[in-house]
Ligand binder design. Structure first.
Ligand code: MG
Length: 246
């Protein structure tokens, strides 16, 4: 009887300790929320792909690339649906870019296409908020885009759906509205480099790890947002998000 009682107390203590440890970790680490799951995955690096829809590349006067255009965002840029996007003082032209975001589920390097596809654990929708005036200036000087892409609140995330719960066909529509007016809508199959190809290519450049996020590029229709605007975005059947610009 005493043994059962002591095991019971021990189990409660273990569960309590684990809960406190999880709360402590999540207080300073940003985590992905997974639909239909209690698991919270700590976010690693954010790798972004530019010019992955031909019509978007053209609308900004860029060539359609032969290889994916790659840049990074810091985790300090992340906010979640319902949070506010803050206009930085050093820009007057912030643009919305809605994107399919891939969640990496295991560590890979120099992956085969099959290994790359298997490493994708789930999908979400994200906003790659971009300071177009700053980016245009940087591009004209041949400088990296970092300052235009890394500011606080520049990466907005929805909750994620696991691959087991959604079979991505690329026939899904991705969309974005500003104050309920539609600005972007396209099929994911317009992506030049598809999710498996992107992950395989990126794994040839750097190790990808569990919790890393891949922003896969935006379709045509990017445009300026102003303070007070409300952005709603989503991918039909996957996830939606909303964020107000302040
Ligand atoms: Mg983008």
């Amino acid at each position: 009887m005493f043994k059962v009682y002591s095991q019971f107390i021990s189990q409660i203590f273990t569960n309590f300790t684990l809960k406190v440890i999880r709360q402590f970790i999540s207080s300073f680490m940003k985590t992905i929320k997974i639909r239909n799951s209690t698991e919270e995955i700590s976010i690693g690096k954010i790798v972004c792909v530019g010019r992955n829809y031909a019509e978007h590349a053209k609308e900004l006067g860029n060539e359609v690339p032969e290889k994916p255009v790659v840049f990074l965002k810091p985790t300090s840029a992340i906010i979640f649906s319902g949070d506010e996007i803050k206009y930085p003082s050093f820009s007057e032209e912030m643009h919305h870019e809605v994107e399919l975001v891939l969640l990496i589920g295991n560590k890979i390097k120099d992956a085969s296409l099959i290994e790359a596809e298997n490493a994708i654990a789930g999908y979400g929708v994200g906003l790659d908020m971009t300071l177009r005036d700053v980016q245009t200036n940087l591009k004209s000087k041949g400088h990296p885009w970092t300052i235009a892409k890394c500011f606080d609140t520049s990466a907005v995330l929805s909750e994620f759906v696991l691959k087991d719960d959604h079979n991505l066909t690329l026939d899904e529509e991705i969309f974005l509205t500003v104050n309920d007016e539609e600005r972007q809508r396209d099929k994911l199959n317009k992506m030049i480099f598809k999710p498996g190809d992107l992950v395989q290519y990126l794994s040839s450049l750097m190790t990808l790890e569990k919790g890393d996020l891949i922003f896969t590029g935006t379709p045509k229709g990017v445009g300026k947002v102003n303070k007070g605007d409300v952005i709603k975005a989503g991918i039909v059947g996957i996830a939606e998000l909303t964020a107000k610009v302040c």
